[in-house]
Design a protein around this ligand. Structure first.
Ligand code: AMP
Ligand code: MG
Length: 397
């Protein structure tokens, strides 16, 4: 049996970052820049300007009254040069007139008969220099994380309209099983709805990939083979669910073996144990277990980091906190468990409460959980009062 960490290391070894594509900065939310930094093409702000509505003047004139000789407003015409004994009325963001070095806010000034009276200002007050935020040529870091609204704002402020980002990894998704039907149809004897295809497609999107759901396959080698062949034509990664155990009707492993190379792993993870991994041509193919909780948890632990690696991102991108349990929850001591829990904050510590039953077919607890509580190998049950690492899947309310 492989440990979770060994299996993950092997899977990460099998993927490379996708190539880049140019997108409009306005459409770059959540994408990952190919470059880790870029030189600022201009100063931001591009010109010295005022941080306040008020009067632009020379500090050296002290408290002498100044003659108001014009106005500078954002986007307006160029204001006259400020010489000794003069001032220009100025608005926030408007260019500092030549000759002025200081802005006195309107509420600290008294304007009367074309003159303005102020207390002696200190030099440079409310004056924003060109390049205050970013200097032209400065390397602006684009951290290896999904592009945020503020990064989009910064790129736009530098006048950048397009950016190279990693192409979404294309992920083909295949459900296998004679018993599966589409939601919206009616169920016959022994049939259930296919939960994995839409759930895994959503998980792919959440991880930054682009899913394609393949036509579902019955538990027949030829049907599975035909779907896998088609899927790997365009995908960067194919994930199947179901049919990976050792039952008479489990054919996913055989198909991977026939079309390419197979590694079949038993991983010391709960839920999830069996996982088929191989390549068909250059495309990694992963057979996840069929139980929906097993499929989604193994996706979370193994496939999500692979998709992130394809985007040039490191790790699973999930926050972790230490959370204290109050219950005894049994687990297989030979495997690392990922328990479906609700994490709540109590002033300065986190508590973990089971979100429901921990069976690998029980989706409701997973859907109600905001974290997976990681209980290590060697432990047979959680111990009330003990803290374990919780991997957050959502927010804490
Ligand atoms: P299998 O690995 O094919 O033996 O499937 C294990 C369990 O997961 C069985 O109870 C299947 O009915 C169930 N299962 C497999 N695929 C899906 C699916 N796409 N949606 C919901 N349940 C599934
Ligand atoms: Mg099956």
């Amino acid at each position: 049996m492989l440990t979770v960490d060994e299996a993950l290391a092997r899977l990460l070894d099998s993927v490379r970052p996708t190539d880049g594509e140019k997108v409009a900065v306005a459409d770059a939310l959540g994408r990952v820049s190919v470059e880790s930094s870029l030189p600022a093409p201009i100063d931001v702000p591009p010109f010295a300007n005022s941080a306040m509505d008020g009067f632009a003047l020379r500090a050296a004139d002290g408290d002498a009254a100044r003659r108001v000789i014009g106005e500078s407003r954002a986007g307006g015409p160029r204001a006259p040069i400020v010489e000794a004994g003069t001032a220009v009325r100025i608005m926030t963001g408007a260019p500092m007139p030549d000759g002025a070095d200081t802005v006195v806010p309107i509420e600290d000034a008294e304007e009367r008969a074309g003159m303005v009276v102020v207390a002696a200002p200190s030099f440079g007050t409310h004056h924003r220099a060109a390049g205050l935020d970013v200097r032209r040529g400065q390397l602006v870091p684009l951290p290896r994380s999904p592009i945020t609204p503020s990064a989009i704002g910064l790129l736009a402020a530098m006048g950048i309209a397009h950016i190279d980002v990693r192409r979404h990894p294309r992920v083909a998704i295949l459900s296998t099983g004679d018993e599966l039907r589409d939601p919206g149809s009616s169920l016959g004897h022994g049939e259930i709805y296919d939960a994995n295809a839409p759930a895994l497609a959503a998980a792919v999107i959440e991880a930054g990939g682009e899913p394609t759901i393949l036509e579902r396959a019955r538990d027949e080698p030829d049907a599975i083979e035909a779907r896998v062949r088609r899927g790997v034509e365009t995908a960067d990664l194919l994930i199947a669910s179901g049919g990976v155990s050792v039952g008479d009707h489990d054919h996913v492993r055989g198909v991977i073996e026939r079309l390419g190379a197979l590694d079949f792993w038993r991983i010391a993870i709960q839920p999830g144990k069996p996982l088929a991994f191989g390549r068909v041509g250059e495309v990694p193919v992963i057979g996840l277990p069929g139980n929906p909780v097993s499929a989604l948890v193994t996706f979370e632990i193994f496939v999500r980091p692979m998709l992130r690696a394809m985007l040039g991102l490191i790790g699973d991108g999930r926050l972790r906190v230490a959370a204290r349990v109050t219950e005894t929850i049994g687990k297989d001591p030979t495997r690392r468990a990922y328990l479906r829990m609700r994490i709540e904050r109590d002033v300065d510590r986190y508590h973990a409460i089971a979100a429901g039953g921990q069976g690998s077919s029980q989706l409701l607890p997973l859907a109600s959980a905001n974290a997976l509580l990681i209980v290590p190998e060697g432990v047979a049950a959680t111990e009330p009062g003990c803290s374990y690492e919780a991997m957050l899947l959502g927010g804490i309310t």
